[in-house]
Design a protein around this ligand. Structure first.
Ligand SMILES: Cc1cc2nc3c(=O)[nH]c(=O)nc-3n(C[C@H](O)[C@H](O)[C@H](O)COP(=O)(O)OP(=O)(O)OC[C@H]3O[C@@H](n4cnc5c(N)ncnc54)[C@H](O)[C@@H]3O)c2cc1C
Length: 393
């Protein structure tokens, strides 16, 4: 048996074909495409359209609602490949998973109304309005209020870091429906809504872009007496925080997969350069000072990759996977950062030149130690919920 054969059996990649197809698609969007957009903080419309038309953004939607009903690990393979090919899934990854809240907690009517159109891309649901400027990570302290008035809710407040709001038709909004202090439990009193931003824009909804260190199309969003039809409430009033938490494991595992992809891109780029670049009459990659950080990042990436796989396997089996999803996201974000650091150092001065794409990817991958949840909060989760230590906040 040769090595290629030995790779099969229990170690065979069930998503090898998808990866190959995604790779082909990504090859049409080289570094130059992303560099131009980065310069003007533009949205990669052509790339997102290509992914949508190929059906990759609807893989998690069940077939009965127009998607392909694939497991989470398939979605992870798609996003990992997008990143490892040097592209940036941040422009559209949320289209894959935000709909999970409608799928799991929406009414049959809502599922029929929205999911098939999200599957075709006719409706973009990729804006997620949770974070607010004053409450930050402390989500249950958010202030945006939705007051029921007859057949609709009137929403007032503000969100920040609402990514892709200008490139989305719908927003999944978490707002308070019971005044703070009057709710029975801290985790109650918040509700989840589908906001039709096309109808609301200019009628109580204002979106302002925030320029960030990388091209992420993030915004701040203001609600001034914005009306949302009562039928757009998802599930029960007051249970919204739970519904949002429910979707977080999938989101964390998918972001972790993206970080694995970033790490693979950095490692490939660093090793290629280390082999080719000659200084002092030998390849720089012959020096252990160059080899070791790359090798270490590779080991970190492989370990994190196992955690992503473990998390996806538990998610797909319907088992609780909060521990794995959180740890996968933390470990993968650290691995991609270590790989980025090794890559930029390996490139010396050229690591800082835009045309090498290293500095762009370096900026892009840094985000994932902060969003969608910061490393500290993951460590707090592990300390409290896995190790049984007292809650620290
Ligand atoms: C580019 C970008 C895109 C984003 N996209 C979205 C989006 O689409 N939708 C959305 O809702 N949000 C989005 N976010 C928000 C993101 O989820 C938050 O920035 C993140 O959760 C951290 O919240 P914060 O910025 O308010 O930091 P804060 O909560 O103010 O925290 C600041 C620092 O203090 C630490 N900290 C806070 N409390 C504790 C504690 N108890 N123990 C230890 N450390 C603590 C944090 O870990 C962090 O390092 C995005 C953010 C960015 C930067």
């Amino acid at each position: 048996m040769d090595h290629a054969e030995a790779d099969h059996g229990q170690f065979a990649d069930p998503h090898a074909e998808i990866r190959e197809e995604v790779r082909k698609l990504c090859s049409k969007f080289p570094g130059e495409y992303w560099r131009k957009l980065d310069e003007v903080r533009g949205y990669p419309t052509e790339f997102v359209t290509a992914l949508t038309e190929a059906g990759y953004l609807s893989v998690l939607i069940p077939e009965e609602y127009g998607g392909s009903g694939l497991p989470l690990s398939a979605a992870a393979a798609i996003l990992e490949t997008v990143q490892s090919e040097g592209c940036n899934g941040a422009a559209c990854h949320a289209q894959m998973y935000i709909m999970g809240t409608i799928l799991r907690h929406g009414s049959e009517e809502q599922k029929k109304k929205y999911l098939p159109k999200i599957a075709t891309g006719e409706l973009r649901l990729q804006a997620f309005g949770v974070t607010e400027p004053t409450s930050g990570t402390d989500t249950t302290s958010l202030r945006t209020f939705a007051k029921r008035e007859g057949d609709h809710y009137v929403v007032n407040g503000q969100k920040v870091w609402t990514s892709r709001a200008e490139h989305s038709d719908l927003m999944l909004l978490l707002a308070r429906t019971t005044p703070k202090g009057e709710e029975k439990k801290k985790t109650e009193g918040l509700s989840t809504f589908i906001v039709d931003m096309r109808a609301a824009l200019g009628h109580g909804l204002t979106i302002r872009p925030i320029r960030t260190m990388m091209n992420h199309n993030s915004t701040e969003v203001f609600f001034d007496n914005m009306a949302v039809p009562a039928e757009n409430l998802i599930g029960q009033e007051g249970r919204g925080f739970r519904y949002i938490l429910d979707g977080m494991n999938a989101e964390r595992l998918l972001i972790a997969a993206e970080c694995i992809g970033d790490a693979k891109w950095f490692i490939a780029k660093a090793t290629d350069y280390a082999r080719e670049r000659r200084v002092f009459n030998r390849p720089i990659g012959q020096n252990q000072g160059i080899q070791f950080p790359i090798a270490k990042a590779y080991a970190q990436m492989r370990a994190a990759e196992l955690m992503v796989k473990a998390g996806c396997a538990k998610f797909e089996a319907g088992l609780p996977c909060g521990e794995e999803a959180n740890m996968a996201k933390m470990l993968a974000a650290e691995a991609s950062w270590a790989a980025g650091e090794a890559c930029i150092q390996t490139h010396g001065g050229f690591g800082f030149a835009e045309e090498y794409d290293v500095e762009r990817k370096f900026r892009e991958t840094r985000l994932y130690q902060v969003a969608p949840i910061s490393t500290n909060l993951i460590l707090s989760f592990v300390a409290e919920h896995v190790l049984g230590l007292p809650r620290s906040y």
